[in-house]
Design a protein around this ligand. Structure first.
Ligand code: BGC
Length: 521
């Protein structure tokens, strides 16, 4: 390093220290409550975490660019990317003309859902639908695949048995077989549109004997063991694919399906297909499994490292562990725990024992603290009491807790936005560039047929979105849209529409079951 740059570095470091010191003095003047020493230490830890988790625009651009590169690599050469880029064999997306009674079974998180849907074609569309949601006992998430699938099959059969007369009367197809779309939201290597091998579990599931098995065969055997009505799986889809199909049913511009819920993932319509994804229509939906994305540009903190090391799948799903709803509350808990241990954030009460329990702070509770707009942060106080048993907290500590929630949420939303922009670049080419702000992105995908497609290059692209994180967390949506706006030019940002497709993954699966029905009545 030259003397001049060393001097510059020293000056910059000095300025940063001075800025932090001024902030600390201001803070001390403003706050009463915690002893000064403790407050300083807690603020020091807060700044350190904020710095490590930062997502400035140039970092987001690098992540978006890296996402595009990994997409191409994963698509062309199996196993050469941390993105699996799985062909789904879904070549036909719905157009609204689908008719008949179809079921879906949606498994992918802490709950599973069974649905029935009566489709009435272009005129009638969704004539009638109903669903039932069932929590999955924790023991089944760590047991055997037979136990899990038997549990699910039983609930499915019970649900089918309760099919109302109104579904039969209005169903012109007089079906003897009930066809279902199986939404299975884990990484699956599909071998056809209705078969696929489980690659690995995620989101806290760990069932050793399921990996490597055909999930449709597992479900079909479990259904057969129930000796109930005749039920057949017509299509196997990831939840992102169901969401895309559900969105496309209403809107031709939907090209991407995305989940921001317990886990996170995206799929999209690809036209530049490799030989291992043959398609008669010239296009196929690709399940990216973007939770597995990794880039050295991702802002990883000590809390992420700890979480990963102690997870059931260490070293995997790195992007998901920074974004998914399953993890956000847990990251906040880990940061607060460190502050309680090293900076007595909660004063005399020391380290609350409940705070040492992994996953004791769930993301919905975290988001309530984050949304607290009261002057004295009383919601934060209540949740700290209810969740961690901390009876009394000072306002300065509550402010720090609020800030940690903000940092973790903002990082998740901005990283997801960078991922979306990476996809747009892949399917839409240069027109989705960031208005000349990032020259490097322009070289990607130059020869793609998709990039030359006028619609994708100049028209709207709609992202159909499902998942509780996006649906229920207002500030999350605001942060995400703001990051998209930063990344794209004003005109380009207007061409991107992120549309909530509520429960799209389940309904989409029933519609895809109709598209792939084996019975033409
Ligand atoms: C799974 C994906 C799924 C996503 C959202 C991830 O953990 O691997 O298949 O789409 O969660 O549910």
């Amino acid at each position: 390093m030259s003397e001049r740059s060393m001097l510059m570095n020293l000056l910059m470091a000095g300025a940063a220290v001075a800025a932090v010191a001024t902030a600390l003095i201001m803070w001390q003047k403003m706050q009463k409550g915690l002893p000064v020493q403790t407050r300083n230490q807690a603020l020091g830890l807060l700044y350190e975490f904020q710095h490590a988790a930062a997502t400035p625009l140039h970092v987001l651009r690098q992540i978006a660019e890296h996402m595009t590169i990994e997409m191409t690599a994963g698509l062309m050469t199996e196993g050469k990317s941390n993105l699996l880029m799985l062909p789904t064999f879904v070549e036909n997306l719905p157009d609204g003309s689908e008719e008949g009674l179809f079921y879906a079974l949606d498994l992918g998180g802490t709950n599973f859902r069974v649905l029935r849907c009566l489709l009435g074609g272009l005129e009638g569309r969704v004539l009638k639908q109903e669903y039932e949601e069932v929590p999955i006992p924790k023991s089944l998430m760590l047991g055997t695949s037979e136990e899990l699938f038997d549990f699910i099959a039983k609930r499915l059969v019970d649900f089918v048995n309760r099919e109302g007369e109104e579904y039969r009367a209005k169903n012109r197809r007089q079906q003897t077989v009930r066809e279902i779309g199986l939404t299975f939201s884990f990484p699956v290597k599909q071998t056809s549109v209705k078969s696929g091998i489980l690659i690995q579990w995620s989101k806290g599931f760990k069932i050793a004997d399921g990996v490597g098995a055909d999930v449709v065969a597992l479900l079909q055997s479990a259904i057969n063991r129930q000796h109930g009505p005749k039920i057949e799986v017509a299509v196997l889809v990831n939840d992102t694919v169901g969401t895309l199909a559900g969105g496309r049913y209403w809107n031709d511009d939907v090209m991407v399906g995305m989940i921001l819920g317990t886990g996170t993932n995206a799929c999209y319509v690809e036209r530049d297909l490799p030989s291992h994804a043959p398609s008669r229509t010239g296009e196929m939906v690709i399940n990216m499994e973007w939770g597995g994305f990794w880039s050295s540009h991702l802002p990883r903190t000590y809390a992420d490292e700890q979480l990963d090391n102690e997870s059931v799948n260490p070293g995997q799903a790195g992007y998901e562990k920074m974004i998914g709803g399953m993890y956000l509350g847990e990251i906040v808990r880990r940061v607060l725990l460190r502050m309680a241990r090293e900076a007595a954030l909660f004063g005399d009460q020391g380290v609350p024992s409940k705070m040492t329990v992994p996953f004791s702070l769930v993301t919905p509770e975290m988001s309530k603290m984050h949304a607290d707009e009261s002057g004295d942060l009383r919601v934060v106080a209540k949740i700290l009491r209810d969740v961690f048993g901390i009876q009394k907290t000072e306002l300065p500590s509550r402010r720090i807790v609020h800030d940690v929630c903000d940092i973790v949420t903002m990082r998740s939303a901005r990283l997801a936005a960078a991922g979306i922009v990476g996809i747009l670049k892949k399917i839409g080419g240069d027109s989705w560039d960031t208005s000349g702000q990032s020259g490097q992105l322009k070289t990607i995908n130059r020869n793609s047929r998709v990039a030359t497609s006028t619609k994708l290059a100049t028209g709207r692209i709609v992202v159909a979105m499902d998942g509780g994180l996006y649906e229920h967390y207002t500030q999350y949506r605001i942060y995400m849209q703001a990051a998209v706006n930063e990344l794209l030019s004003e005109a380009t940002a207007k061409r991107l529409v992120i549309q909530l497709s509520k429960d799209g993954s389940g309904i989409g699966a029933t519609i895809l079951a109709a598209c792939h029905s084996n019975y033409r009545y």
